[in-house]
Design a protein around this ligand. Structure first.
Ligand SMILES: *Cc1c(COP(=O)(O)O)cnc(C)c1O
Length: 434
């Protein structure tokens, strides 16, 4: 009897490290905003929160990519498990693909296939999380790194991206931030959430700073080549002779197939700095205890990388440039919002919210919640990215939908602007310009 009673005091508990995890992911915060959508609004929801344009017909992936996957399934040769690091033809195709932009050649052994860029982040962060270590992350940044570091017990330190310097990295402060236990810094280029593309010179300075600190650079290039402004995309691997670089890549964004779940880690290390550090062995160790990306998607990689035609990429770039321009120009017309820089890459713009001009809006989260409720428009509050009173807007949306969404945001702001200001909207706009 006593024994049974004792058993009702359960021994198990949820993992404390996971309890707060949803609060610091894009999906978790957007779910909170989405709970406020008004079901009675007959208008379509305009999704400017998550960067996933795959549901718009104008963003459909390349036909050769679809054919490659279908062929791989139909061949019945890829119903098997794959090797832990990925199948050789796929690794070779990715190595060749990346090498086209590098001053040295990657070998298939430098490439590890992962379940999207997300698992690539998990692999790298876990591989580096020795006790006491810390990692430098950009603010604003991509919350997945924060969540993953928290799960591994890796300390996070933030460096700023500077809005008044075109969102470049605050390199001057980096040296104060790092110490002997700092292992790496993360650079996202083209940038999520700022839509920036770093110049060759700035990337070189980043590599030199990392070298000085004795740390590696983790280059998140899941938006590689999605650069449509004046600054061309340069992979961080170009500077890997200065400091070692681990590149995070993915099919998700450039081919607009985030559901295919295929990404990679590439080790860029022509001088062999990583030798004897155990980093590569840790990556392989991690992959050995993890599931692999779907084998038939791996098998489709060579065809996808070698045969996707230039027209597809140009069309995507044209759509993104058009979206970025619509977004940037429209924001100029909205009181209380300001965008410090016209986006040149990726799928996002960071927009400053001046909530003091609004009557009943407390902060960015409140803005997004009420915008969802009143206008059925979804936008990500900056607090999810470590930037209170900013908003992240994706412009990778079918143009008429994007215009509709921004028009509704404008109506929303006009409706909520403080009454004593309604007569002077023009000067308010000027006031908001950073
Ligand atoms: C989308 C994204 C990822 C994750 O890529 P998936 O292939 O979708 O898992 C990683 N980093 C950044 C900056 C992203 O925007």
């Amino acid at each position: 009897m006593n024994k049974t009673k004792a058993r009702t005091e359960w021994t198990f508990r949820g993992n404390g490290r996971l309890l707060g995890a949803s609060a610091i992911t894009v999906r978790g915060v957007l779910d909170r905003v989405m709970e406020n959508l008004n079901r009675d609004d007959r208008r379509a929801v305009v999704p400017l929160g998550q960067g996933d344009p795959s549901s718009f017909p104008c963003f459909r992936t390349a036909q050769v990519a679809e054919d490659a996957v279908v062929d791989a399934v139909r061949s019945a040769e890829f119903n098997c498990y794959a090797p832990t690091v990925g199948i050789l033809p796929a690794r070779r195709a990715i190595a060749d693909h990346l090498s086209r932009d590098l001053p040295y050649k990657l070998s298939p052994d430098d490439v590890y296939l992962t379940i999207g860029g997300t698992q690539a982040i998990e692999v790298i962060v876990t591989a580096l999380a020795r006790p006491g270590a810390n990692i430098l992350l950009p603010r604003p940044g991509y919350p997945c790194y924060v969540a993953r570091a928290a799960l591994c017990g890796l300390e996070v330190r933030y460096f700023d991206l500077l809005p008044n310097r075109g969102w470049e990295v605050d390199l001057e402060r980096m040296e104060d931030l790092a110490d002997a236990n700092t292992v790496a810094m993360v650079i996202i280029n083209p940038g999520n959430p700022c839509g920036t593309v770093f110049s060759y010179q700035h990337l070189k300075e980043i590599a030199e700073t990392a070298r000085k600190l004795g740390i590696m650079v983790i280059a998140d290039e899941v938006y590689d080549h999605l650069a449509f402004g004046d600054t061309p995309f340069v992979p961080m691997g170009v500077f890997a002779s200065i400091t070692p670089v681990l590149t995070v890549g993915s099919l998700s964004k450039r081919w607009i197939v985030p559901g295919w779940r295929l990404g990679w880690v590439a080790t860029n290390d022509p001088n062999g700095f990583l030798k004897d550090t155990g980093v590569v062995e840790s990556i392989v160790g991690f992959l050995n205890v993890s599931p692999d990306p779907t084998t038939f998607v791996q098998a489709a990689i060579p065809q996808i990388l070698e045969r996707t035609n230039e027209e597809f990429f140009l069309k995507v770039l044209r759509m993104l440039r058009e979206g970025a321009d619509i977004c940037y120009d429209k924001i100029q017309e909205i009181p209380c919002l300001a965008c410090p820089k016209r986006p040149e890459g990726s799928m996002f713009a960071m927009v400053k919210l001046n909530s003091s001009l609004l009557e009943d809006i407390e902060d960015d989260l409140d803005f997004c919640v009420k915008l969802a409720r009143e206008e059925s428009v979804l936008v990500l509050p900056g607090m999810a990215l470590g930037m209170k009173n900013w908003l992240r807007i994706t412009f990778a949306v079918e143009p008429s939908s994007l215009e509709d969404g921004l028009e509704r945001m404008k109506a929303f702001c006009h409706r909520h602007v403080k009454k004593q200001h309604t007569g002077s909207i023009r000067s308010l706009e000027q006031y908001c310009n950073l």
